[in-house]
Design a protein around this ligand. Structure first.
Ligand SMILES: *Cc1c(COP(=O)(O)O)cnc(C)c1O
Length: 458
């Protein structure tokens, strides 16, 4: 019997790749101030910078876009979108936004502010930035195993429940704006959170009257991991698992650029009537009328169809398996990475990969840049360039981990692209001793990794 898990789609429209030489790439990188975010996408061969908004849409999605109703108010496409989101989340009120961070900005402007704390397994970068921008603080309470890249465990995205309760008591429940669990845990290796962990975290929050939210960007990948790994879930359908997950939450934020196969879009789903009214009031100032929220009718259609397609178990099986496949190749070559591989990305452990580069010289960036020069692959540093802070004396307070994320766009690359990526990583691993660190020459006050300019050390 054939055991190969095949791409569960065929290709109708293709985009040619543009090849460059290694010497050209070295020049391109220098011109981009050694920051992969500043490279022109045309100069990238395999773009694994992000899985956000980079999905290949299906023929059904494109067809639905032609059906988009562009009415300003009460668009048919909104009601289709609303029904699709309600089916997944079971929430009462659905607010469309132009992407995930717009949902965060609205929600945190109302619930955040000076003196407030947001508790999480791990806050994503834009989530943390929006919390801090409101004047509040974000506190990550990931379980200890989640912080150990080389330790295999089924649910390394779980929040530490004891620490959650302790922190609520310490800060005082009225000072906690909410607990927000990221599924899967993007900044912590794309690791899933178990249903049990969500249920228990939710009941701790309920006990103290603290709101419980889900950052739902990769809810389907997370729930597929639950089906595979959590006891009692193997026989459940995806929709049952997904509905249970959301049943523990008071609301969620979502980027439709992830598990909804859309190129743009997001939403905020809520149960509370008063909070919803306040969010909609802000929405009309910043995003648009409540039935389009910063999106065109056609975008709402693409999201509605995408939310159906993401629940297909053939797709999810292929998705998770293709990620494991890279992991197996790297494992065989001894490359250090976060184990097991995540749902949407492989996270190389730059600290273990480049132990000779000190943290204040950003080993993650050094590795990411080497992958670009060696093979034209774009990845992203998730380490001290993204999350580092400065102590009062100006020294770097490093991030918890120094990771390089290779995020795989949905339905875009084939197995031979993935084979090529693994080969390049292994080539770089063989000459890792030659790699050097970087220093920052310019940085912005918030989300500095997007626009920072750097230069090689020495
Ligand atoms: C992408 C992402 C966001 C922000 O969504 P955008 O659509 O990029 O604004 C928030 N949280 C997580 C976990 C994400 O992956």
């Amino acid at each position: 019997m054939a055991t190969t898990i095949i791409e569960p789609f065929r290709i109708k429209s293709v985009e040619p790749l543009r090849f460059t030489t290694k010497a050209q790439r070295a020049g391109i990188l220098a011109q981009a101030f050694y920051n992969p975010f500043l490279i022109h996408a045309d100069d990238v061969l395999i773009d694994l910078l992000t899985d956000s908004g980079t999905s290949a849409m299906s023929s059904r999605q494109w067809a639905a876009m032609m059906e988009g109703d562009e009415s300003y108010a009460g668009s048919r496409s909104f009601y289709r979108f609303e029904a699709a989101v309600k089916k997944i989340t079971g929430m009462q009120h659905i607010i469309p936004t132009h992407q995930g961070r717009a949902s965060e900005k609205i929600l945190f402007t109302i619930t955040g502010g000076k003196g407030k704390s947001f508790l999480s397994n791990t806050l994503f970068d834009t989530t943390r930035a929006n919390i801090e921008f409101s004047g509040a603080e974000g506190i990550d309470l990931l379980t200890e195993t989640g912080k150990l890249p080389s330790v295999r465990a089924p649910f390394k995205g779980n929040i530490d429940l004891d620490l959650l309760e302790k922190t609520i008591i310490e800060k005082g429940p009225t000072q906690i704006a909410m607990c927000i669990i990221t599924v899967t845990n993007n900044s912590g290796g794309g690791q899933p959170v178990s249903t049990e962990n969500i249920r228990k975290a939710s009941s701790i929050c309920k006990k103290y009257g603290v709101a419980f939210f889900i950052d739902a960007c990769r809810f389907a990948e997370n729930c597929y991991f639950i089906k595979q790994r959590e006891e009692g879930y193997a026989a459940k359908t995806m929709i049952e698992i997904v509905n249970e997950l959301f049943s523990y939450a008071d609301g969620c934020t979502m980027s439709a650029k992830k598990d909804a196969f859309a190129n743009i879009g997001g939403f905020l789903a809520l149960n509370d009537d008063v909070l919803t009214r306040e969010c909609r009031n802000l929405l009309v100032i910043t995003e648009g009328f409540p039935t389009y929220g910063g999106l065109a009718g056609r975008d709402l259609e693409a999201i509605a169809v995408g939310l159906e397609e993401i629940m297909d178990e053939h797709y999810l099986k292929y998705r998770i398996r293709s990620m494991e496949y890279i992991g197996e190749k790297l494992e065989a070559a001894g490359v250090p990475f976060v184990k097991p591989v995540g749902g949407h990305a492989v996270y190389l452990d730059a600290k273990a990969f480049l132990p000779h580069i000190p943290l204040h010289q950003y080993p993650g960036l050094a590795l990411s840049n080497a992958l670009y020069i060696e093979g034209g692959i774009r990845s992203v540093e998730i380490g001290s360039l993204m999350f580092g802070k400065y102590a009062v004396d100006g020294t770097l307070v490093p991030a918890q981990m120094e990771l390089v994320r290779l995020a795989v766009p949905r339905r875009v690359y084939t197995q031979s692209h993935i084979d090529y990526v693994a080969e390049i990583i292994i080539d770089v691993f063989k000459k890792r001793q030659e790699l050097k660190g970087y220093e920052i020459v310019y940085e912005a006050p918030l989300l500095r990794h997007f626009t920072a300019k750097l230069k090689p050390v020495g």
